[in-house]
Each structure stands twice: as C-alpha cells, then as structure tokens.
Write a protein that binds this ligand. Structure first.
Ligand code: ADP
Ligand code: MG
Length: 610
C-alpha cells in the first residue's frame, strides 16, 4: 500500500513550505548569491515577480554537473556531515530551495565558473528538465524564474496585488542588503530601477536603503560581553513610526524576527516615544558562537532560538538605553527658538544669575490664527441657512435628519455672518474642547476637534471630485526624500493630492518637493503628513482607489484639524457649527465616532427632581 512519492510531488510539497510568494523565492536566490561569494547582485522583477524574477550574481558559479545537481532535493554543497549543522556559516544548507522553486515555475539557470571557458544552461519546468546545454555567459550565476505557480493555480490565486507582492520582495532585499553592505545590489521592477545600492559601510547602506535622511537620528549601539556582541543603530525617538517598518534584527548576518527582543528595545525608549508612534527604527546585529543559536527550527529560517535568551534581553535593553542616554535623547525643550537668548556660560566668580524676567507681549494674540481659519470657513462654506431646519427639526428622534440635498445650484450665495448672534444660537465653550449650545430637545455638546475633522473631511472629498482648489504656495518649498517603495506609492496618489490642492512634484531620485498645500490646511506640516499618509497607505496597499481616497481624506482631516485648545471667538464657534451642519453626516467624525451628543430636557429635568 505504501509508496514513495514521486520526486515531482515531493518537491511540490516542499515548495509549499519554502516558496509562498515571489518574495520567498527571491529570498532563496539572494541567499544563494551571497553564499556563492557574490559582490554584485542584480534583481529584475516583472509584475512583482509573478511573471519574471531573476537574480544575477558574480559569485563562484558552478560546473555543468553541479548545475544539474543543484536542482535535486537535499542537494547542497554546504554541509557534508551532521556536525556541520552546528557551525553553519552560510544562509542555505537544506538543499531545498532550487528544487522547490523549480517544482512550481519555469526556471532557467545559467552559470559559469571564472576559469571555465563555457558555462552551463539548464531549463526546468515543473521539475522536468527541458534543456541542458553549454552556453556562453558571464562568470557567476543567473537564475530566472518565470511564471511562478503556473502549475499551482490555488497558490497563484492567493497572491496579492503587485504593490503588496513588490513590498514583500523589497523587504527581503532589504534584509539581505542590510547584512552585506560590501555587496552592491540593484533592484529593477518592470524595467524601472528601484534601488541601486553601491558597496559601502553599514551606516551608509542603511541610509541608502531607507532612502531617508536618517543620518542625524541613527544612534550607535555597541556592547561586547562574553555571551554576545551587539552592534548596530537605533533611531531617535522623534523619528519613530506608527507602523513597524524599519525594525531589523540580525544574528550572525541572518535576519530574524523576535517579538521578545523587540520588547527589549522598545522598553528602553520608555516615555521617549511620541504618542501613537510606538515603533522606533532599529538595526541590531547580534554576533555569538553559532552553537548558541538554533536556526533550524523554521523552514523559512526566520525565527531563531537563542540559548541565553534572557541574558541577551537584558544586555540588549541596557545597550539601547545607553545609546539613547549617551546622545542625550531626553525630551528636548521644544520652544520656538526664534529670538531665543543665547545661554550664557557661567564661570567662577561671575555674579549670581538673576532670576528670569517674564516678558509679556501685550499685543500677542494666540487666537489670531484660529480667527483667520474661522474666517476662511465662514467665507468658503456658504451657510446654507439650515438653522431653521436644525433647531426646528430637532426633536428627540429625528435628531439630525437635515440631509437636505445640497444641490450646487440652489445653494445660496455666502451671506456674511451677522455681527451679533441671535440669542438662541448662543454657544458656550468648555475648556476649548467642547461647544455647548441649546437645541430644541435639550443641550447639545459638540466635540470641537471631531467636528473640525468632519468638516475638513467632507471638504476634502468634495474637492477630489470638483477640482480647482486654491493652492497656498509655500514660501519655502519642502523637499522630502522617500524610500523607493514610498515613492511608487506616492505616484499612485499623486493625482488625488493634486486635485485637493497639494502641489507636490517629483524631483527625481525618489525625492518630492512640496510647493504648496491646500489653503484649507494651514496648520499641517506637509512633509510629516505625507509620510504618515504613505505609512497608512502601506498597510492598505490593496485598497481600491475610492477607499484610498477615503484614507487620504481621513488622514488629511485629522492632521488639519489638529489639537488646538484655545477658545474660539463666538463668531468662529458659530462658523464651526454652521459648517458642521452643512456636512452630509454632521453627527459622525470621519472615523465614525460621534461628533456631538445631546443631553435631553428629560435628563436635565431629572437632575432637578429633588
Ligand atoms: P542550499 O542553498 O540550501 O545548499 P539550494 O537549493 O539553494 O540549497 O542550492 C543548492 C546548491 O546549488 C547550493 O548548495 C550551491 O552549491 C548551488 N548554488 C545555488 N545557487 C548558486 C549560485 N547563485 N552560485 C553558485 N552556486 C549556487
Ligand atoms: Mg540556498
């Protein structure tokens, strides 16, 4: 009854473990190139690797026999006896990768050792050797994988969009490139060059790879103990991200994942991280004797067991704290430095320092900005004169059914707000957070920030469909260097951004220049916002266009609404309420949280029952 599985089936089963998506095939090919001692590696992808995935290296190459052998399962040149497993210094050793990839794709291998005159070419399709010949080719090895999963439709169907698959592939390249700064890497996607990383030292490699100007915020980590040597870099807290993008652990030049060690790093930051930016960047390299770790526990070799896990946790934590402390990354005083006095150096014998004098600028009005904003609202958002509807219609049940169709034709011309508000529209502000105003059924509380978000959100979406937004030109255009992947992402939203009034232009080399912002977003740091936006889009790269625009709108609204707490003037408060109720869905923030609550007359009455 029992039969040995034919090789091609066994290989397909193995392939299921080794090759989940183009990126996993890329990982194996990159590792083989490194194992072969390559100093230059070029990766070409077509359609994120599903049509073509090619890795060309200048490594040691193979002779014709080995080239054929390489595709056999458990064929490896890297271990010969079981003891070798304990001292493994190469990426590969299972001898499964090429056999697995060749089981689920059309593979063409061309390879030549430097001293050989001709090279070998082998073509394999779904484990069948279809051609084997001598060929002229460059020294080194080229593996081209075409039509991945052509014979495993279920797998193929589960591949994500190109942008998602590409991102996975880029991550694999990053992991290898971060271990081998002395090896140059190029990545081409659909004939566009995404990365061109020259051979360099580690710090520069990180900068080139992350594509952002991180130099000032990479802090050195370095510690040597009898158990482990740890070196690398951590990012300054200010640069932390909302998502875990730039976090890398390596052990003996091999990437691995470890939520446990990640906690050691993050804990070291303690209170230093800005709110909602929980992910500092880190690039941490552990070195320890290879018999103190076990890399063989996972087929994709991404989890690694450490013998002295807890000790290393402590060492890592301390090393990161020291790095943060040494560079005085304590929360710095973030006052506006303009016109700040130069701190005098106090010398012995100087007269005692006089207590600081408080200077008050009697003309300084912190509300000026808000006033301007409110004026803009008032001017732009024609009051649709629906106060009657609001107050008249505000019964307990039909609270905000004021969604009278806002046809463009019948909206009245903007009428200037009256200087003095009628008493029934009076509005009280609570700690700058809430606006309170009487309505027919009781007392309405409006969450000011959420209300602003709703207003900006709808305006933003409206602008997307009706272009011609006023652009406020920046006096000092901002240059933002993006990572290549962020840049491709930027290109997908560039049109939308333009429509809503951002003047952001590509400037070559993954750089964009922000020349202008929508006039309705005076308070946003455009560069920061763009980065946040791209981070949000990253997580949702599969979204349809419409959903992407929504995300854009939410992100914009949240940033633009800001966190201001200064009270509004009565007119501004009124303009805000007006604008809110001119919205299609005034009762909800863009994220679906309530913008307002009504405390009913009954509830109030009840409080006075006794
Ligand atoms: P492993 O890397 O685990 O040994 P692979 O299936 O990835 O298994 O590769 C099988 C063998 O083919 C390797 O051991 C190596 O000898 C050879 N090989 C694979 N890729 C290359 C390459 N790019 N250059 C030289 N030799 C290679
Ligand atoms: Mg390998």
């Amino acid at each position: 009854m029992i039969q040995l599985l034919p090789d091609y089936i066994a290989n397909q089963i193995a392939a299921g473990e080794v090759v989940q998506r183009p990126a996993s095939a890329l990982k194996e090919l990159l590792e083989n190139a490194i194992d072969a001692g390559a100093t230059a590696v070029t990766v070409s992808l077509t359609d994120a690797g599903r049509t073509l995935l090619q890795v060309v290296d200048n490594g040691c190459g193979m002779n014709a026999t080995d080239a054929r052998m390489a595709f056999e399962r458990h064929a490896t040149s890297k271990i010969a006896q079981i003891d070798d497993l304990n001292t493994i210094a190469t990426f590969g050793f299972r001898g499964e990768a090429l056999a697995s990839i060749a089981a689920v794709a059309d593979v063409e291998l061309k390879t030549r050792r430097t001293d050989d005159e001709t090279g070998a070419c082998i073509r394999i399709s779904a484990s069948d050797v279809t051609a084997q010949e001598r060929t002229a080719c460059a020294a080194g090895t080229s593996v081209a994988v075409r039509n991945l999963f052509f014979n495993v439709p279920a797998r193929r169907k589960f591949l994500k969009s190109d942008s998602v698959e590409l991102r996975h592939a880029v991550v694999e390249l990053q992991r290898v490139a971060l271990c081998y700064p002395a090896v140059s890497f190029r990545l081409l996607h659909n004939a566009t060059e995404l990365y061109n990383l020259p051979a360099t030292h580690l710090r520069q490699r990180i900068l080139n790879l992350m594509g952002r100007d991180m130099n000032q915020w990479l802090l050195d980590v370095h510690v040597e103990t009898s158990v482990v040597r740890i070196r690398g870099f951590v990012g300054r807290p200010e640069g932390a991200r909302r998502t875990a993008g730039d976090q890398f652990f390596f052990v003996n030049s091999r990437f691995f994942k470890s939520p446990y060690f990640q906690r050691a790093v993050t804990n070291a930051y303690q209170q230093l991280l800005p709110p909602d930016r929980a992910y500092p960047a880190f690039f941490i390299y552990f070195e320890l004797p290879s018999d103190k770790i076990d890399v063989n526990i996972h087929p994709a070799k991404i989890e690694i067991k450490f013998a002295d896990e807890q000790v290393i946790f402590q060492i890592l934590h301390a090393a990161v704290r020291e790095a943060l402390g040494k560079f005085a990354v304590v929360p710095s005083i973030d006052f506006d430095t303009e016109g700040a006095p130069v701190m005098p150096v106090i010398r012995k014998g100087d007269p005692p320092v006089a207590p600081p004098q408080v200077r008050i600028d009697p003309f300084f009005n912190p509300f000026e900005e808000e006033k301007k904003k409110a004026a803009q609202w008032a001017a732009r958002e024609p009051s649709r004169g629906n106060w009657q509807t609001l107050y008249g219609g505000l019964t307990q049940n039909a609270a905000f059914d004021i969604d009278a169709p806002a046809s463009e034709t019948d909206s009245p011309a903007p009428e200037p707000l009256p200087e003095r508000l009628p008493p029934e529209r009076a509005c009280v502000q609570l700690k700058g957070k809430y606006l309170l105003t009487p309505v027919k059924s009781g007392l309405m509380f409006i969450d000011r920030r959420r209300a602003q978000q709703r207003i900006l959100y709808e305006r933003f979406l409206k602008n997307l469909s009706a272009p011609g937004t006023e652009v406020q030109q920046e006096i000092f255009p901002q240059t933002v260097v993006l990572s290549p992947v962020d840049y491709t992402l930027f290109e997908t939203v560039a049109d939308d951004l333009k429509q809503i009034g951002y003047d952001i232009r590509p400037f070559g080399n993954n750089t964009v220049v922000i020349n202008g912002q929508p006039a309705s977003a005076p308070a946003v740091d455009a560069a920061q916002w763009l980065e946040d936006l791209l981070a949000v889009l990253h997580e949702n790269a599969d979204d349809l266009k419409r959903q992407r625009q929504e995300k854009l709108a939410v992100s914009f609204a949240k940033a633009a609404a800001g966190n201001a707490r200064e009270p509004l003037t009565p007119l501004e408060a009124q303009a805000l309420i007006d604008s809110l109720f001119a919205c299609r869905e005034p009762a909800l923030s863009p994220e679906g949280k309530p913008t307002l609550q009504i405390v009913s007359m009954e509830e109030i009455d009840r409080k006075f029952l006794k």
